[in-house]
Design a protein around this ligand. Sequence first.
Ligand code: SAM
Length: 267
Amino acid sequence: MPPLREVIARHGLAASKALGQNFILDAQLLDRIAAIPGPLDGARVYEVGPGPGGLTRALLRAGAEVIAVERDRRCLPALAELAEAVGGRLRIIEGDALAIDEPKEIGPAHVVANLPYNVGTALLTRWLEAERWPPWWRSLTLMFQREVAERIVASPGGAAYGRLAVLAQWRTTARLAMKVNRAAFVPPPKVMSAVVHIVPAEQPEGVDPNRLARLTGAAFGQRRKMLRRSLSAVDGALEALDRLGIDPERRAETLSVGEFVALARAL
Ligand code: SAM
């Protein structure tokens, strides 16, 4: 394949701000990102937002079979060329990732994506709240702005710990796999980025995600208040604290993920 820069120039793929586009062109960096899920030889990968196809190429170099969904039609001819060059190992879906029914259209796959912040968090939340567990995805390797990545993997006690950490860590193992400097992107975004790697836990405690979301929403919505106060409007929460022996004078950010799950189950 011709160099990525040449493909971008030939197809006029200047990054669009409206679509949240920041491309990575450094093949070595892309190979390191593609290595995060582990060996991909013969594995199926679902890539969201391939853009001009830099990360897609790295995934293909790693031996993966890639299904990629891209909503920017300008990128499709470049991606079609790539698909032709790899003979059936790349399938492109044109459209919005938020409208894909993954269990049906994608099937078991590792997910890899470098997405705009709002789309990335919307998809992550949906993937974490999957009804069926283990879910259709084998792992998630996702680029976020660093501050969001830190919120996903945060431990209790700090300012980064909140709803997202509890939702993510309740039924997965999440780690910050790589920090990525803003200079690695074209054009460089305002903030630093990081890649998070998430693997589903085999047998997480069963709890209704909506109930857990309600609980963490109330608790962290007033994170400086004692639980006695912040959970007063959640039905049965104060009794549940008492039954579980959780001191109602504690604040939300001191509760472990396990304690939140136990509390949601006890409601
Ligand atoms: N993967 C490429 C890379 O790393 O250089 C491009 C990354 S760029 C930050 C994000 C890409 O996601 C863009 O190509 C954009 O068009 C695409 N995108 C944004 N929202 C999308 C959505 N809802 N569904 C599918 N693709 C989307």
